[in-house]
Design a protein around this ligand. Structure first.
Ligand SMILES: *Cc1c(COP(=O)(O)O)cnc(C)c1O
Length: 249
C-alpha cells in the first residue's frame, strides 16, 4: 500500500463500519417504509475533507461509490487510490468552477451539479478532450425564491425549477455528456419532503423527454428518509458515516 494512502487505526475502522452499518439500515428501513425493493437506492458516501485512508477503509468495507466536492482534493484522492489499484465510482457533488471543468471531466463518474449552460459547454469540451462521455445530473435549486434573487440566482447552486428542463435539453444535446437525471439539496429552514417531491416530479418530466435520465439524487445525513420516501434513487451521505467534518485543509 502506498504511503499516501496510509491506513486507519482499528478504532477508526470500527467507527466507519458502525456508521456505515447504521446508514445502510436507515436506507433499508426507508426503502421498506416506501414499499420499494431492497437495494433500490444507491448509497454514495461523501468523503470530502476526510483523508484517503478513510476512503480506503470504506472501500474495504464494501463501499463502491464515493462523493467529493472540490476538484483539487478529489483529483488527489483519485490519484492515490489508483496507485493502490482502487477505482471506486467517483461522484462530484460540489459546485464546479468552469476553469475546473476539464479536470473534473477527466475522472468523475457522475457529476451531480450541472447548474448552468456555461458549465455544460465547459464539461462537454473537457469530456470530449478526454475522449469520454461524462454522465451528469442537472442540479435544481430547491430553496424558496428570495426577494433579491431576481432570476432565482441560487444560494447553494442549482438551476431554478423553471429552468431545469431547458438545461436538461442542453445537456442532452452535448456529445460529450450523458444526461442521467436530477439532483437537489433540501432547502434551509423549510421542510425537506415537499422540496424532494418537487424534485422527483421534475425528474419524471425530464425522464419523459430523455429516456435513461432516471436518477434522482437527494437526501443527506439528516434527511435521507424523506428523500427515499419521495423517490430518490441515490442518497449522498457524509457525516452520519464519517463523523463531523474536519476543518478544510
Ligand atoms: C457534503 C455534502 C453531502 C453530505 O452531507 P452530510 O450532511 O454530511 O451527509 C451531500 N451532498 C452534497 C452536495 C454535499 O456537498
Amino acid at each position: 500500500m502506498s504511503a499516501d494512502a496510509g491506513t486507519v487505526t482499528p478504532a477508526r475502522r470500527a467507527e466507519l463500519a458502525d456508521g456505515l452499518a447504521r446508514v445502510r439500515d436507515r436506507v433499508a428501513a426507508a426503502e421498506r417504509a416506501a414499499g420499494r425493493p431492497p437495494g433500490d437506492v444507491r448509497l454514495v458516501v461523501v468523503t470530502k475533507f476526510f483523508p484517503v485512508s478513510d476512503v480506503v477503509a470504506l472501500l474495504e468495507l464494501g463501499v463502491d461509490d464515493i462523493g467529493e466536492s472540490r476538484d483539487d482534493e478529489a483529483a488527489a484522492k483519485v490519484a492515490s487510490l489508483a496507485e493502490i489499484g482502487a477505482r471506486p465510482s467517483v461522484h462530484f457533488v460540489g459546485q464546479v468552477q468552469s476553469r475546473k471543468a476539464a479536470s473534473v471531466a477527466g475522472y468523475a463518474d457522475l457529476v451531480h451539479s450541472v447548474d448552468r449552460a456555461k458549465l455544460v459547454t465547459a464539461l462537454d469540451r473537457g469530456a470530449q478532450g478526454a475522449d469520454r462521455v461524462l454522465p451528469v445530473l442537472v442540479q435544481v435549486d430547491l430553496d424558496p425564491p428570495t426577494p433579491d434573487a431576481g432570476d432565482g440566482s441560487p444560494s447553494r447552486g442549482g438551476v431554478s425549477p423553471q429552468g431545469a428542463r431547458a438545461l436538461a435539453d442542453a445537456v442532452a444535446q452535448a456529445r460529450g455528456l450523458r444526461l442521467r437525471g436530477v439532483m437537489g439539496i433540501a432547502p434551509l429552514g423549510a421542510p425537506p419532503a415537499p422540496a424532494f417531491a418537487r424534485l422527483a416530479e421534475l425528474g419524471r418530466e425530464i425522464a419523459a423527454d430523455h429516456p435513461g435520465a432516471d436518477v434522482v439524487s437527494a437526501g443527506m445525513s439528516g434527511d435521507l428518509e424523506d428523500a427515499v420516501a419521495a423517490g430518490a434513487t441515490l442518497v449522498r451521505v457524509g457525516s452520519a458515516i464519517l463523523g463531523p467534518r474536519p476543518p478544510r485543509g
